[in-house]
Design a protein. Structure first.
Length: 99
């Protein structure tokens, strides 16, 4: 502190080694805030879990739809190739008979 300046804080000539008493109101405030934070975290985790389940359900539905579409396309292609092969075979047979 500069020379001649006065401190704005009051001086106490008594020094005490007694620790300050805990304030129950502060503890209750801390406890309530902690409980609120834990409740919020639990709700957040539950929402995340619910969202993941919805996403997995949607993903399974898409995979099932793709599998069904692939099976349908495969069946259609098989039928197409069978008809093409029999038409080609019939055409070859007609050309060889004509010779």
């Amino acid at each position: 502190m500069p020379k001649g300046a006065r401190s704005s804080l009051p001086r106490s000539n008594v020094t005490s080694n007694v620790p300050p008493r805990p304030q129950p109101e502060m503890f209750e405030l801390y406890r309530a805030a902690t409980k609120g934070a834990l409740d919020w975290m639990q709700a957040s985790l539950q929402n995340a879990e619910r969202l993941q389940k919805q996403q997995l359900t949607a993903f399974r539905s898409v995979l099932d739809a793709q599998l069904q579409a692939a099976s349908t396309v495969g069946a259609a292609m098989s039928a197409f190739y069978e008809k093409s092969a029999s038409a080609l075979s019939a055409t070859r047979q007609k050309t060889t008979e004509g010779r």
